[in-house]
Design a protein around this ligand. Structure first.
Ligand SMILES: CSCC[C@H](NC=O)C(=O)O
Ligand SMILES: [Zn+2]
Ligand SMILES: [Zn+2]
Length: 427
C-alpha cells in the first residue's frame, strides 16, 4: 500500500526533463524575502550550467549572499568587450492564503499557466537565458565569437546594496569587461515586446508632524494629526496633477513623478487598540516617490521641503534617495536606443529576425539593478519576452503561460546569437 508521500516521490522521479519542468523546478526554490534560499538557487543553476557546458563560479561579496557568474567563452578574445545577461535570484514575499495555487508549487494548470512567485519576476529570464544557450550550442552556435557572461545576483528586490552595489565596485566585475547588458523588463499585455532604456529613481519620503496634544473632545488648531493632514492634502494635489497628465494621455505612467502613500502612523496605543480620547503630539506618513530620469531632482527637493513639509506647520521631512538620477558626468541615466548605440540595432534587428514586434522603448516605472550599470555608462536594456500576459509582478497569483515562456526562449536564441556574433571593433 503506497502512501500519498510515496506517490509524490514517484511523480517527481518520473517527471520528464524538459524546459518547462526545469523552469518549474527552479520556481519551487523559495527565494522570497526575508529569508531567500540563495544556496539552493545557486546550486540548481550551477548544475544547469554544467549540463550545458558553461563555466560557473560563485562570488561571496557579502557572506551568505552568493552571486553566481556563468561564462560562455568567446572564440575571439581580442574583442574589447563582453555581453552580460543579468537576472536576480531573490523574489518578493507572497501571501499563500491569497493565491489560488501555492506560490512555490509552480503548478501547471490545463490552460498552460505556470503559477509561482517569480514566474514573471524574474526567474523566467534566469532560465530562458540558459535554455536559449542550451539550444544554440546544439544547433547553430557551438561557440560564440564574443564572450557571454550570465549573472545571478542577490537582493535586487531590496535595493541591491549587498548585490550589484558591491559587484559593480569589484575587480571581478571589471575583469568581465562588460560592453552591453540585458536585464529584466516587464510583461506586455499586447503582442508587442517591451524594452526599457531607463528606470525611475526611488525617493522614500517620510513626513513627520508635531503638534499640541489634548483631550479628544477639544477643537483647537495645530494638533500633530491636523498638521500632517494639511500636508497630505498638498501631496495629494501634487499626485493628482501628475496622474492627470497620465490620464490625459500626455505622459506614460513612468514618465511622471509618481507619489504613493504607503503608511500613516499616529495615535497613542493602549494594548491592541488606540486611546480614542487623546490627540497625539506626533504623526507621520511615508510615501514612495519615483523620479523619471527627465525630472529635476533639485527642484523636486525644494518643492517637497517648502510645500509638503513647511516648518510653520511643524513639519519635518526626510528624503531617502535610493538611487542615482544622474550619471558621473551629470547626465540623466539612460541607454540610447538609436544609432549612437551600436548594440541597439543588433538587438532590435534580432527581435525582427525572431518574428517579434518591438514596442516603442520605455522608461521602467519601477527600479532595477540596471541603474548600477547605466550609472557607469554601460548600455543596459530591460527586456523580459512576455507578450499577451497580464502584469503580475509583486501581485497575487503571478503566473506565466508555458507557450509564452517557450516563445521567449526562441526570442533569446536570436538575440544572444546576434549580440554574441556582433564584431563591432570599438565595442
Ligand atoms: C530601492 S531600489 C528598489 C528596487 C525595487 N525593485 C523591484 O521591485 C523597487 O522598488 O523598484
Ligand atoms: Zn525583478
Ligand atoms: Zn520585483
Amino acid at each position: 500500500q503506497s502512501t500519498h508521500q510515496d506517490d509524490q516521490v514517484r511523480e517527481e522521479e518520473e517527471e520528464e526533463d524538459t524546459p518547462i519542468t526545469r523552469f518549474q523546478q527552479y520556481l519551487r526554490i523559495n527565494t522570497a524575502h526575508p529569508t531567500p534560499d540563495y544556496a539552493s538557487a545557486v546550486s540548481y543553476l550551477t548544475s544547469q550550467a554544467h549540463s550545458i557546458g558553461l563555466t560557473a563560479r560563485t562570488l561571496h561579496l557579502t557572506p551568505s549572499k552568493p552571486l553566481l557568474l556563468l561564462t560562455w567563452a568567446g572564440t575571439q578574445p581580442s574583442l574589447p568587450s563582453s555581453l552580460l545577461l543579468n537576472s536576480h535570484l531573490d523574489s518578493v514575499p507572497a501571501e499563500p492564503s491569497k493565491w489560488s495555487h501555492p506560490p512555490f508549487s509552480a503548478s501547471l494548470t490545463p490552460d498552460g499557466r505556470i503559477h509561482a512567485r517569480g514566474a514573471q519576476d524574474d526567474k523566467s529570464i534566469s532560465m530562458q537565458y540558459l535554455e536559449a544557450i542550451r539550444t544554440l550550442r546544439k544547433t547553430t552556435l557551438p561557440n560564440p565569437i564574443r564572450t557571454v557572461h550570465i549573472s545571478y545576483v542577490p537582493d535586487e528586490e531590496i535595493g541591491g546594496a549587498d548585490g550589484w552595489g558591491r559587484f559593480v565596485e569589484s575587480e571581478a566585475f571589471d575583469e568581465l569587461r562588460v560592453g552591453f547588458v540585458l536585464d529584466e523588463g516587464q510583461a506586455s499585455v499586447g503582442d508587442q515586446l517591451r524594452v526599457f532604456y531607463a528606470d525611475r529613481c526611488p525617493w522614500w519620503v517620510i513626513l513627520r508632524a508635531v503638534g499640541a496634544p489634548g483631550h479628544g473632545s477639544r477643537m483647537y488648531d495645530g494638533s500633530a494629526v491636523e498638521n500632517l493632514m494639511r500636508s497630505v492634502e498638498v501631496v495629494g494635489k501634487f499626485r493628482e496633477a501628475q496622474f492627470d497628465a497620465v490620464k490625459a494621455g500626455l505622459a506614460a505612467p513612468s514618465e511622471v513623478v509618481s507619489v504613493n502613500p504607503v503608511y500613516f502612523k499616529a495615535g497613542i496605543q493602549s494594548g491592541e487598540g488606540f486611546v480614542m480620547n487623546m490627540q497625539p503630539s506626533e504623526a507621520e506618513a511615508g510615501f514612495d516617490v519615483r523620479l523619471p530620469p527627465t525630472a529635476d531632482p533639485d527642484l523636486l527637493k525644494r518643492r517637497i521641503l517648502e510645500e509638503w513639509a513647511p516648518a510653520h506647520w511643524n513639519l519635518t521631512c526626510t528624503i531617502s534617495e535610493r538611487g542615482p538620477i544622474r550619471d558621473f558626468k551629470g547626465r540623466p541615466i539612460m541607454t540610447a536606443t538609436n544609432d549612437s548605440n551600436p548594440w541597439w540595432s543588433v538587438f532590435s534587428n534580432a527581435i525582427v529576425a525572431a518574428g517579434g514586434k518591438l514596442a516603442k522603448p520605455e522608461i521602467l516605472a519601477s527600479t532595477t539593478d540596471a541603474r548600477f550599470l547605466r550609472q557607469r555608462g554601460i548600455p543596459t536594456l530591460g527586456f523580459s519576452p512576455m507578450t499577451n500576459t497580464p502584469i503580475l509582478l509583486h501581485d497575487h497569483n503571478e503566473f506565466l503561460k508555458d507557450t509564452v515562456y517557450l516563445r521567449g526562449i526562441e526570442i533569446y536564441e536570436h538575440i544572444i546569437s546576434a549580440l554574441s556574433s556582433f564584431k563591432g571593433s570599438s565595442t
